[in-house]
Design a protein around this ligand. Structure first.
Ligand code: CA2
Length: 145
């Protein structure tokens, strides 16, 4: 059995579909999980899908992915713009890392234009709402060994 693709989401994404639908869309995080499971399944992969509001918990999961995953998809949310610790954890990985965002941060406030996570990412998918996750899973599956 091949290793799963880890799909991690950062702070406040548990509110997806509940608040600010004009920016982040109407889909809930559960809807996004279903999209990712279906896309991964069609590609012969399974996913581990998790969300946390806590930086340390995300870092623990990145460290777990180092041993347990074939690839990592991460929407770091606000931590992407602030967390050197998350970047340090991601840099320990030898597997493909796909950064994904629902919105296009480059088209928003200046402080969103850079993420620390991008420094460790194999590639970035942004701006397609829930489909960003699905496309990121597809990219991860294509790159995973
Ligand atoms: O576009 C994305 O996916 C972001 O990672 C979302 C982050 C933001 O800080 C990044 O710049 C871009 C914010 C996540 C907040 O999630 C919410 C979801 C629903 C309602 C309110 C917040």
């Amino acid at each position: 059995m091949s290793k799963p693709i880890y799909v991690l989401s950062g702070p406040n994404l548990n509110l997806l579909g509940v608040r600010e639908p004009e920016i982040y869309g109407k889909e809930t995080l559960d809807d996004v999980r279903t999209r990712c499971e279906r896309r991964a399944g069609a590609l012969g992969r399974v996913i581990v899908f998790r969300q946390s509001n806590h930086e340390g918990e995300l870092i623990d999961w990145v460290q777990e992915a180092r041993l347990e995953a074939c690839a990592l998809v991460i929407n770091p949310a606000g931590y992407g713009h602030t967390s050197v610790a998350l970047l340090d954890a991601l840099k320990t990985l030898d597997i493909p890392v796909i950064e994904c965002h629902l919105s296009n941060p480059a088209a928003r406030e200046a402080f969103r234009r850079e993420t620390y996570v991008s420094l460790a990412a194999t590639g970035v998918v942004s701006g397609f709402g829930g489909a960003s996750y699905e496309l990121a899973v597809e990219a991860a599956a294509g790159l995973a060994r």
